[in-house]
Design a protein around this ligand. Structure first.
Ligand SMILES: Nc1ncnc2c1ncn2[C@@H]1O[C@H](COP(=O)(O)OP(=O)(O)O)[C@@H](O)[C@H]1O
Ligand SMILES: CC(C)(COP(=O)(O)O)[C@@H](O)C(=O)NCCC(=O)O
Ligand SMILES: [K+]
Length: 250
C-alpha cells in the first residue's frame, strides 16, 4: 500500500511517500497561498497512491487546491488529520493546552513523533513561518510552549518598519556583529537560541540533559547556533518530524 503523506505549513507544502514501513525523502514547494506550479510536475512522477493523509495549518484555499489536484490525478479524497484524531490514537500524549483543539495540528504531530521515536524529556522547535517551542516529558505530558515569528518574519518586520536597506540581507550567526546585515541575521538566530536555552534550563528540573529536536525550513540555519547550547543534551535535526507524526497515525 502506497500512501502520500502531506504537511501544509503557512509557507510550504511538504510531502513524502510511505510504503513498506518506509518514508521516502521529504520534498517541498512554496505555496504562496495557492498551488505551486512545481507540485504538478513532481506529483506527475509519483506512483499512484492508495491513500493520502494531510495535516494543514495553512489557508483553506491551499487545502482545497490540493484536494482538487489529488482528485484530478488519482480520483482520491485526502484524509484530513485533526487534533481529535491524534488524541484518539495516542491517549498517553496529553497536552497542557486549556483547549487541546487550539494547539496546531503540526505541533500535535511533532509531539506524537517525539513521543514515539525520541523517548525522554524533549524540547521540540519547529522553525517555519512561525517558530514554535514545545516541551514534552517522558510520560507523554506536553508542558505547553511558546510561539515566535519565524526567522524570515523577524527579519522582514525589521526591513518593513525601518529605513534599513533590504540589500543588507546576509546570513550570519556571529556573537558580536560588526555590520548591520550580520547584526540583524544573527540577532534573529540568537533570539531563538536564547529562548531554547531558557526552556532547556526549565526542563532540567525533569532531566539533566533534555534532548532538543529541531525541524522546519530554518532548522539548518539554526543548527550551528543551537549547537552552542551547553545545557541541552543532543541537538538533532529531524527535517520530516511532522510527516513522521502522520506516519504514526497509519
Ligand atoms: N529555499 C529556502 N531558502 C531560504 N529560506 C528558506 C528556504 N526554504 C525555507 N526557508 C525558510 O524556512 C521558512 C519556512 O519554513 P517551513 O518549515 O517551510 O514553513 P511552514 O511549515 O510554516 O510552511 C521560511 O520562513 C524561510 O525562512
Ligand atoms: C503556530 C503555527 C502558526 C505555526 O505554523 P507554521 O509556522 O508551521 O506554518 C501553527 O502551529 C498554528 O496555527 N497553531 C495554532 C495555534 C497554537 O498552536 O497555539
Ligand atoms: K512552525
Amino acid at each position: 500500500m502506497m500512501r502520500l503523506i502531506i504537511d501544509i505549513g503557512n509557507t510550504t507544502i511538504k510531502w513524502a511517500a510511505h510504503r513498506d514501513g518506509e518514508l521516502t525523502p521529504m520534498n517541498s514547494a512554496r505555496h504562496f497561498g495557492a498551488l505551486p506550479l512545481d507540485i504538478y510536475a513532481a506529483w506527475e512522477q509519483l506512483p499512484r497512491p492508495d491513500h493520502i493523509m494531510i495535516a494543514s495549518v495553512a489557508a483553506e484555499t491551499v487545502l482545497i487546491a490540493i484536494d482538487n489536484l489529488c482528485y484530478t490525478y488519482w480520483q482520491l479524497v485526502p484524509e484530513r488529520i485533526s487534533a481529535a484524531r491524534v488524541m484518539q490514537a495516542a491517549p498517553a500524549l496529553k497536552t497542557a493546552y486549556t483547549d487541546p483543539h487550539q494547539l496546531g495540528i503540526d505541533r500535535w504531530l511533532v509531539l506524537l513523533a517525539a513521543q514515539r521515536h525520541y523517548p525522554g524529556t524533549v524540547l521540540i522547535i519547529d522553525a517555519g513561518t512561525a517558530m514554535t517551542f514545545d516541551g514534552l516529558l517522558a510520560n507523554g505530558q506536553h508542558l505547553g510552549g511558546l510561539i515566535l515569528p519565524g526567522i524570515e518574519l523577524m527579519r522582514q518586520s525589521l526591513f518593513h518598519n525601518t529605513q534599513l536597506p533590504p540589500e543588507l540581507r546576509v546570513d550570519s550567526s556571529i556573537n558580536w556583529a560588526t555590520d548591520t546585515g550580520s547584526a540583524i541575521a544573527s540577532g534573529c538566530l540568537h533570539a531563538a537560541m536564547a529562548i531554547a536555552a531558557q526552556l532547556c534550563q526549565q526542563l532540567q528540573q525533569y532531566d539533566a540533559a533534555p534532548q532538543l529536536l529541531l525541524t522546519g525550513g530554518d532548522a539548518e540555519r539554526l543548527l550551528p547556533v543551537f549547537n552552542q547550547l551547553n545545557n541541552a543534551g543532543q541537538v538533532r535535526h529531524v527535517p520530516a518530524l511532522v510527516l513522521e507524526g502522520l506516519v504514526e497515525l497509519i
